[in-house]
Design a protein around this ligand. Structure first.
Ligand code: RUB
Length: 331
């Protein structure tokens, strides 16, 4: 089949995700959905729906290869591509319009979900609370900002989040909302935990067993919180739940370039030093008190139920594509 070139705008979005110009699981998902819409608009291939679908799949593949950990990316892409295939558009106009509609639908859903999480999560924040957050999560910030808008008197500790310092963005956003925020080094978490009474973080992926994959350091924070009997809340839209984990797939943890930590000179002068830069870690469900989703607040152990409710049919498709003969047996 003819391969139609991916438009530069789509390649640019893919590159922005890869280089973290666009970052954060929710933003990555919305950017990918938008990229597919652009791809559809810019399609210049033959007037053949099958070729168009193959071209969209090709764009999807480029986007999927940008970053491996946040499941919001494949879930956003799957939202568009699986529905496109299932609907079987009869002509090009219909196919293009469908991709645009699905992309807009996903983006709207995502933005509304973040807002709902803010409303639901803010009910758990009380005046006088001291909250610790990590990295830069729109969903976690939505909870904190909603609580502040309800005139609850809160104080926030934001970790720097090395090596990319996303905590600086968090501090800036909280400050612009008029929230009392203190920036701390990641290594000060256990020391500061004595002053904290709630931890709120985001998620890149939630596994079927309720384990949460989020920015490296999250699991240390959860451990310190557990020790200090401080509750840990994770703010995550349901498209951050991973259907593949229902059938036992593991979440790939991204390892980024060591040059985000040390410069070229250091690497040259210390060629015998191995430098590793894992970007995410896994917090087991035992260390999480609740996950705040747009559907409500759930214990991490209920992640499986969310997955079945939201992705039941996708899990079945995925299972069949991965293990064809087993899938047929079970039909
Ligand atoms: C971002 C990160 C965020 C989650 C949730 O990592 O770990 O906590 O993605 O963010 P990176 P949001 O900066 O490496 O992308 O709630 O905005 O989706």
């Amino acid at each position: 089949m003819v391969k139609i070139k991916c438009p530069v705008e789509v390649l640019q979005i893919a590159n922005d995700i890869k280089t973290m110009k666009i970052r954060g699981a929710g933003r990555i998902a919305r950017a990918a959905a938008k990229a597919l819409k652009i791809a559809a608009e810019k399609y210049e291939g033959p007037d053949d729906v099958e070729v168009f679908i193959a071209y969209i799949d090709h764009a999807a593949k480029i986007l999927l290869e940008t970053r491996p950990t946040a499941v919001s990316l494949p879930n956003a892409i799957m939202y568009v591509t699986t529905r496109l295939r299932r609907k079987r558009p009869i002509n090009m106009a219909e196919a293009k319009a469908l991709v645009a509609k699905l992309s807009n639908e996903f983006i709207k859903y995502s933005l509304t979900a973040t807002e709902k999480i803010g409303i639901i999560g803010s009910r758990r924040i009380l005046s006088g609370d001291v909250v610790l957050t990590h990295c830069n999560s729109t969903a976690a910030l939505s909870v904190i900002i909603h609580a502040h808008k309800q005139e609850k008197d809160i104080k926030v500790y934001a970790t720097e989040t090395r090596p990319k310092f996303q905590g600086h963005i968090t501090a800036r956003i909280l400050l612009s909302e008029g929230i009392d925020v203190t920036l701390i080094p990641d290594s000060a978490v256990r020391y500061i935990m004595k002053k904290v009474n709630k931890v709120i973080v985001g998620a890149d992926t939630v596994a079927a067993n309720g384990a949460v994959v989020n920015k490296i350091g999250t699991s240390n924070i959860a451990l310190a919180a557990h020790e200090a009997r401080v509750r840990v809340f994770v703010a995550a839209e349901t498209y951050k739940f991973s259907p593949a984990t229902v059938i036992g797939e593991l979440v790939e943890i991204e390892e980024r370039d060591p040059r985000e930590m040390v410069d070229e000179k250091y690497l040259k002068e210390n060629s015998n030093v191995t430098v590793r830069n894992p970007a995410f870690d896994i917090t087991p469900p035992e260390y999480i008190d609740a996950i705040i989703t747009e559907e409500g607040l759930i214990p991490p152990q209920a992640a499986y139920l969310i997955l079945i409710e939201k992705f039941g049919w996708i899990i079945q498709d995925y299972f069949i594509s991965k293990y064809p003969s087993r899938g047929e047996d079970e039909e």
